[in-house]
Design a protein. Structure first.
Length: 155
């Protein structure tokens, strides 16, 4: 990837907004670092900024992060959009095991094992949950984690 050759020249208002963001309030560490990186790269004060390598070492990030932050800064419309978290591209995946399904699995695990079996196995519980249409599909490991969470062992 080509290095960003553009220089960061902040206006007084932009600099104040970044300084305020970096020093006040409770904020994401990542976003505060982004603000501090842009402040460190700023040439508007007349002082030549440090090299990217030195800034990266001081901020405890990689040089690539410095380049990415610089690229994001130039791509953003204003400071407030630069200092916002990115929107998710995909929504979070909803959990397969709801409280109702959890209750069914626990009740099943506490019940008598089916005929021909001494006790419930994790795979048997998972298969029975699908058979009884509690869920479309479920892994025996999901059943294991659920039972472990409730300190239960299949009997």
């Amino acid at each position: 990837m080509a290095r960003t050759k553009r220089k960061v020249n902040l206006t007084t208002e932009m600099r104040k907004e970044l300084e305020k963001f970096a020093t006040t309030g409770v904020r994401s560490v990542k976003l505060v670092k982004r603000a501090k990186i842009i402040l460190a790269l700023d040439m508007s004060t007349g002082i030549k900024p440090e090299k990217d390598e030195d800034i990266a070492r001081r901020m405890e990030v990689s040089r690539q992060t410095i380049q990415n932050v610089k690229k994001d800064f130039f791509a953003s419309a204003d400071i407030s959009s630069f200092l916002r978290r990115k929107k998710r591209e995909k929504p979070p995946v909803p959990a397969k095991v709801t409280g109702e399904v959890e209750a069914h699995i626990i009740a099943l695990a506490c019940s008598e094992a089916p005929e021909g079996f001494n006790k419930w196995s994790l795979r048997l519980l998972a298969d029975k949950c699908v058979e009884l249409k509690y869920v479309d599909e479920i892994s025996h490991m999901t059943v294991s984690r659920l039972l472990k969470k409730h300190n239960l062992n299949p009997t």
